[in-house]
Design a protein around this ligand. Structure first.
Ligand code: ARG
Length: 495
């Protein structure tokens, strides 16, 4: 049993050393790290994802160093050439990443020195990996926000056009998952467009606040070199340099904000996923998903399972877990940088990938879903869903106080329930037995169509409202995709 417990772990003695000593601090260190030290310390396995941002930051830093006279023009040219070559190497897959060099920053810097010699060794002047990683990661999160933003907009477009199509199709509206009042399917879909628009707002807000450049804060205290932080900040499209070097290297608020925004987004997607799962189930049968977004069962031939929706619902756990993980990493850290912060990246990469996948799957399902409008309409009239309309008629026509109208209607519902019929099937005599002022006109408000058509209050479910809202969103989003050009951070070209 004991053996079983330890079996998955290697018995490498902690004293054994890795083959390669780290070249970057060869002066102070003559020994190599133990294998286990290297294994726990290395981050290249995941932070290689920052390679483009790292090269971009290095180019900006080198330009600035040359501009203030710290680097010669020749060195600058060599650095640019070297970084361009490294860019190609990584892009083509020929770059050899080394665990011994810990992370992306040292992998690239070491390779640069290997390729161009002395000039490469000058690049790290007035810079530390602490401000470097803070800068790279802000750039990465900023890019991630921009691409998620586009994906959310695209899902909103899918929802809004479906909503326009179903602007007048009734479905049962629920509270407590009990039939409440009829609404239109379009109105229901547009509720998610509103949520997603707030998600975009939160991401935009995060982007605005993170858009300050930490580069030049160095290890924690700033630098004695006459650097120009405005220049690097502008070159990297930041709004301004950060104001406090200690804060700049130890702040991960931007990551927490980003993951918070992603968590709320994932909650919205999960709620929609949950509804899709309900709507697909036989007792609801509101919608049908095609073979493209369902799976079968290996034993039950009749099954059509909404796995994609279930996985969107489940991935919320991964995204929210990333947020909780990082909160826990950050909560006890003294200023300034601590290696704990290296653990900030993986959860962000995983959560970002999950969010992309969920958004894409959701967009696919929205396009794919076929609404069983007849069934939704039929169900919309069950459960005494127009009882409120009856009460409202008593208030509007007979001038009853609403509370009294509520009681009268309640008695009529009880009567209908007793007879096992709909409200509209009660006779006028039945109605008048409860309230003598009721006339034939009451029947005009008891249909599902009259109910939804009457909800014309701002934000209400009336088909004309839904059509206007759906069109408003479609116009807004179409205008945005036309005018909103995004910049490729490497080439500077619009995408
Ligand atoms: N790989 C490190 C990280 O992601 C870079 C910063 C290392 N700084 C240091 N002082 N060891 O956090």
């Amino acid at each position: 049993m004991k053996k079983h417990l330890t079996a998955p772990f290697s018995n490498t003695p902690p004293s054994s050393s890795s083959d390669t000593p780290n070249k970057q601090w060869g002066g102070r260190f003559c020994g190599s790290p133990s294998e286990v030290m290297q294994a726990i310390n290395t981050s290249i396995g995941f932070d290689k994802a920052l390679w483009q941002q790292d090269i971009r930051g290095s180019r900006a830093h080198a330009d600035m160093l040359a501009h203030v006279g710290i680097l010669s023009a020749d060195d600058l040219a060599a650095i640019h050439q070297g970084l361009d070559d490294i860019y190609q190497e990584i892009e083509s897959g020929s770059f050899i990443f080394s665990d011994a060099l810990e992370d992306i920053h040292m992998n690239i810097e070491a390779r640069l020195s290997e390729r161009i010699g002395e000039a490469g060794k000058r690049l790290h002047t007035a810079r530390s990996r602490n401000d470097q990683v803070a800068t790279d990661f802000r750039l990465w999160v900023r890019d991630a926000i921009d691409s998620l933003n586009r994906r959310i907009a695209s899902l909103m477009q899918a929802l809004a056009s479906k909503a326009k199509h179903h602007a007048a199709d009734p479905m049962p509206g629920f509270t407590h998952l009990q039939t409440a009042q009829p609404v239109t399917f379009g109105h229901h879909l547009l509720a998610y467009v509103e949520m997603l628009s707030r998600d975009r707002g939160r991401l935009a807000d995060t982007r605005r606040r993170l858009n300050e450049c930490p580069l030049g804060s160095a290890a924690l205290a700033g630098t004695s070199f006459p650097i120009d932080r405005q220049m690097t900040s502008a070159a990297l499209d930041f709004d301004r340099p950060t104001a406090n070097s200690l804060d700049a290297v130890s702040d991960r608020d931007f990551v927490l904000e980003y993951l918070s925004a992603l968590s709320i987004l994932s909650v919205h997607l999960s709620r929609l996923a949950e509804e899709i799962i309900l709507w697909c189930s036989a007792p609801f049968s509101f919608i049908r998903l095609s073979d493209a977004f369902t799976t079968g069962s290996s034993i039950m031939p009749q099954k059509r399972n909404p796995d994609a929706a279930e996985l969107v619902r489940a991935k919320t756990g991964c995204i929210m877990g990333s947020l909780m993980g990082l909160f826990t990493v950050m909560k006890g850290l003294p200023l300034a940088y601590a290696k704990d912060m290296q653990e900030d990246k993986q959860p962000v990469f995983t959560a970002t990938e999950a969010a992309h996948l969920c958004l894409a799957a959701m967009e696919g399902m929205i396009h794919d879903m076929h609404a069983n409008t007849q069934n939704m309409r039929a169900l919309a009239s069950t459960g005494y869903s127009t009882a409120t309309d009856l009460a409202d008629w008593l208030v509007r026509v007979l001038k009853l106080p609403f509370r009294t109208a509520h009681h009268v209607t309640g008695r009529l519902v009880a009567k209908a329930e007793e007879k096992n019929i709909n409200l509209a099937d009660l006779t006028l005599d039945d109605m008048q037995a409860e309230e003598s002022g009721i006339t034939e006109d009451i029947y005009s408000v008891l249909s599902v169509d009259s109910s939804i058509a009457s909800r014309t209050s701002m934000g209400g479910t009336a088909p004309q409202n839904v059509r206007t809202q759906a069109q408003r969103w479609l116009t807004l989003l179409a205008g945005e995709t036309q005018t909103d050009t995004h910049i490729n951070t490497q080439t500077g070209a619009p995408i």
